[in-house]
Design a protein around this ligand. Structure first.
Ligand SMILES: CC(C)(COP(=O)(O)OP(=O)(O)OC[C@H]1O[C@@H](n2cnc3c(N)ncnc32)[C@H](O)[C@@H]1OP(=O)(O)O)[C@@H](O)C(=O)NCCC(=O)NCCS
Length: 192
């Protein structure tokens, strides 16, 4: 992920024009971490929250910084509300190029108070358009296996299981403390 230390990177204008994605700068990381923790782990947050099976925080500024350092080609993209409404963070997404013109998509998040009004769909579409604008031909993601309503949401967006699974990092509580012992990640993919 590349964060523009100067904070001067021009906004990206890839379609769709109704969602303008811009790269995060270091000063954005506290609000991004707060948004993700609220959306993923607060039982009063998203309709997709993980609170029933993962406790603790989803991320932190230090973890976001570490992910940035580990994937210098990655991009943390932000969607802000209109300036006349304060320009608050509406959503974010983390994109990393992989082999063969495929990109990993993770951390897709919409401000909980604005969810279930089509913003998630628009943000995902904008992220896919951004990837296509970089020459990407496919999107890959991993989703915790027990998140049935979220998986159904992605299936309705054109994603399909590849049949692969990845082990949940039991014993590494940086991403939260699992409350059950049958968690794994399933891999979803979509051609662009
Ligand atoms: C996943 C997420 C981005 C979706 O954002 P959103 O703005 O709510 O999405 P939309 O408004 O576009 O879509 C809402 C859809 O969910 C459905 N929905 C709403 N509440 C639901 C519920 N309790 N159970 C099942 N489906 C539900 C709606 O009917 C609608 O369906 P459709 O658009 O497919 O017809 C958002 O919930 C989020 O930020 N979650 C926390 C972070 C997360 O888990 N991200 C995924 C990482 S892999």
């Amino acid at each position: 992920m590349q964060v523009d230390a100067a904070g001067t990177t021009a906004r990206m204008t890839h379609p769709p024009a109704d969602v303008r994605l811009e790269p995060a700068v270091p000063a954005d990381l506290p609000v991004v971490a707060a948004l993700m923790n609220h959306a993923y782990r607060d039982p009063e947050g998203s309709w997709t929250n993980e609170a029933d099976y993962l406790s603790g925080e989803r991320t932190s500024v230090a973890m976001l910084r570490a992910e940035i350092a580990a994937s210098p080609e990655g991009r943390l993209l932000l969607w802000r509300g209109p300036a006349e409404e304060g320009g608050g963070l509406l959503g974010c997404v983390w994109l990393v190029p992989e082999a063969g013109a495929r990109w990993y998509l993770g951390g897709l998040t919409v401000e909980p108070g604005a969810q279930n009004a089509g913003l998630g769909r628009r943000l995902l579409t904008a992220a896919e358009a951004w990837i296509a604008g970089q020459g990407g031909r496919a999107v890959r993601m991993t989703v915790v296996n027990v998140r049935e309503s979220l998986i159904a949401w992605y299936l309705r967006r054109g994603y399909a299981p590849t049949g692969e699974t990845e082990a949940f990092p039991y014993g590494d509580d940086r991403f939260g403390v699992p409350q059950r012992d049958d968690l794994a990640f399933i891999v979803l993919q979509k051609p662009l």
